[in-house]
Write a protein that binds this ligand. Structure first.
Ligand code: ZN
Length: 275
């Protein structure tokens, strides 16, 4: 999955750091990132030393390389680089840069959207002892927003429910998915989302794995479950373009190894003994 970058190690402890030679910079503009394609097609990102240190925020490091975010109020421009869609980050190789870019985007959205205190409206400032913003007027401390959501593999023997979402940029095959609502357990979200999206009642809900997904500020929680009662799908036509039972033997092999969804589909296909 996207976060699996071993043997490299992701360090997200909050530290005070200044850019060093080799450290990289992420600058975003809406859903775009400052980058360029190298001669071999791989994406390159600016060196942190190419920008003014005053407007840089340390984010995290992977092994010995640190990553910084531009918090400049004017749009950062660096010769030779341009703003491209963040979707390109998903194709970034090596994978640690893909993961770094996604996580930097998560933090960018949070910093951007919390420049002012939601309690009193005063401008916030960087809190210097942990990853947070602080309001100097009322003392409100704001931590990064992480939105939990579930990915659900609904199975019936050798079949699994596969979906395609309506009206979204992503056109690939998916599983049932949805955000956890206030007051709800993750298992409760699984039961509710499956009922809302395909009209099935489920049982035997089993946790699989989780995945940070910074493109949408998510922490994704993967579950498998079985149907209890009727196997007839009643699709939510507003949400889903397709929802159908797919036999294990009909599931294509996919080169996409980044998403929890892809790994769960591959797990169902390759490990019949688990279901
Ligand atoms: Zn305040």
């Amino acid at each position: 999955m996207i976060q699996d970058i071993a043997p490299q190690v992701f360090h997200n402890e909050y530290e005070h750091k200044m850019p060093q030679e080799g450290d990289l910079l992420f600058a975003f503009r809406g859903r775009e990132v400052l980058t360029r394609a190298a001669a071999d097609g791989h994406l390159e990102f600016p060196q942190a030393l190419q920008a003014s240190a005053a407007a840089l925020q340390y984010l995290f490091r992977i092994d010995g390389r640190s990553f910084f975010l531009s918090l400049s109020e004017t749009q950062l421009q660096i010769p030779g680089f341009g703003y491209e869609k963040t979707a390109l980050l998903r194709q970034t190789d090596p994978q640690d840069l893909c993961f770094a870019g996604m996580t930097a985007y998560h933090l960018y959205v949070w910093y951007r959207d919390n420049r002012f205190c939601g309690r009193c409206g005063h401008e916030t400032e960087i809190y210097d002892s942990e990853r947070a913003l602080r309001c100097p007027e009322c003392g409100n401390i704001i931590y990064p927003k992480i939105a939990p959501a579930v990915i659900v593999g609904v199975t019936d023997g050798s079949r699994i429910v596969m979906t395609r979402y309506a009206g979204r940029e992503y056109k690939g095959t998916a599983l049932i998915a949805g955000f956890c609502e206030i007051g709800e357990s993750a298992e409760g979200t699984v039961r509710r989302e499956v009922m809302e999206e395909v009209g099935l009642k489920v049982t035997d809900i089993r946790y699989y794995k989780s995945q940070p997904w910074g493109f949408d500020s998510n922490l994704l929680l993967g579950y498998f479950c079985r149907v209890e009662g009727s196997l007839t799908i009643h699709r939510d036509e507003g949400e889903l373009a397709v929802a159908e039972w797919v036999e294990r033997a009909e599931i294509d092999r996919t080169p996409n190894h980044l998403s929890l969804t892809a790994e769960m589909i591959a797990c169902f296909r390759d490990h019949p003994e688990l279901f």
